[in-house]
Design a binder for this molecule. Structure first.
Ligand SMILES: NC(=O)c1ccc[n+]([C@@H]2O[C@H](COP(=O)([O-])OP(=O)(O)OC[C@H]3O[C@@H](n4cnc5c(N)ncnc54)[C@H](OP(=O)(O)O)[C@@H]3O)[C@@H](O)[C@H]2O)c1
Length: 238
């Protein structure tokens, strides 16, 4: 899809940190922006008043999503595992079911999501994810398994999706478009750090990058030591 064909985008989870950066990037590109966020989070988008439309409501509510994605050429969705309410899978399903056929669908998640089981994780990383899953369930705060299910549904769909898998994140000014690999374990990703603003940049850029359709790029900051040392030498990236 060429840039000229994206005119209107929906950002699902617009009030969060990643969401607000995406709103900013999308407005800078001149896109018409519709944001979805929980009712109580609408004030977080006050800085964009008059420049975007907001559909308040839970992102896993199909009616909310149906109204928000109407007429959108692209949908950027923040998949989060919060609560024990199948929030991530409900959100992904609502987007898959209601976005117009042919729309570009870009989702966010973390490196812990694997599409084909060929990612290679350090023992420390695996233990961290397991601990978060167990503790999250115990305290009924986080449902990692449901984020996995959300991604499984996206991977199984025949829509024009991209699943952007974020490394550890930090705040700070943009360094530019992150580099990516199809698989965690690629040396280019070893630094495991991306500025959140650049994660958002990658998501928005993906809307117009057809080579990312039905891909699950794992990203890392372009100025991190591993990116500088290995970018252009990996066999894994497209
Ligand atoms: N944080 C990391 O280190 C990290 C690392 C790798 C990948 N990622 C991925 O990056 C994306 C953004 O993550 P982030 O950590 O940076 O968060 P974020 O951008 O601040 O977004 C958090 C989102 O979760 C919503 N949320 C918070 N609590 C909720 C609840 N109890 N019920 C329902 N929704 C709730 C927020 O909505 P409100 O505005 O309404 O609160 C917001 O839309 C996610 O896809 C995540 O998997 C994060």
């Amino acid at each position: 899809m060429g840039t000229d064909r994206v005119k209107k985008v929906c950002i699902v989870g617009a009030s969060g940190k990643l969401g607000q950066y995406m709103v900013r990037h999308a407005l800078e590109r001149g896109y018409e922006v519709v944001g979805v966020c929980r009712e109580r989070s609408v004030p977080k988008l006050a800085a964009f008043e008059g420049r975007m439309a907001i559909v308040p409501g839970p992102t896993n509510d199909p009616d909310v999503i149906r109204r928000a994605v109407a007429g959108c050429d692209g949908v950027l969705t923040v998949l989060v595992p919060w609560g024990v309410q199948q929030y991530a899978s409900g959100t992904a399903q609502a987007v898959l079911d209601n976005a117009r056929p042919g729309a570009r669908l870009v989702f966010s998640c973390g490196w812990h999501i694997t599409r084909d089981g060929k990612d290679k994780y350090s023992r420390m990383f695996t233990m961290g994810v397991r601990a978060a899953a167990v503790l999250g369930k115990l305290f009924r705060a986080v449902e990692i398994d449901d984020q996995v299910e959300a991604c499984r549904r996206v991977f199984a769909s025949d829509t024009r999706w991209t699943m952007v898998r974020g490394s550890s994140l930090e705040e700070g000014e943009s360094q530019g478009l992150p580099v990516w690999s199809s698989h965690v374990g690629d040396p280019v990703l070893a630094s495991n750090l991306t500025r959140r603003v650049d994660f958002a940049l990658f998501m928005v850029e993906a809307l117009t990058n057809d080579t990312l359709i039905q891909q699950a790029p794992a990203i890392v900051g372009c100025l991190t030591p591993s990116a500088l040392a290995h970018n252009g030498t990996s066999h894994d990236r497209a």
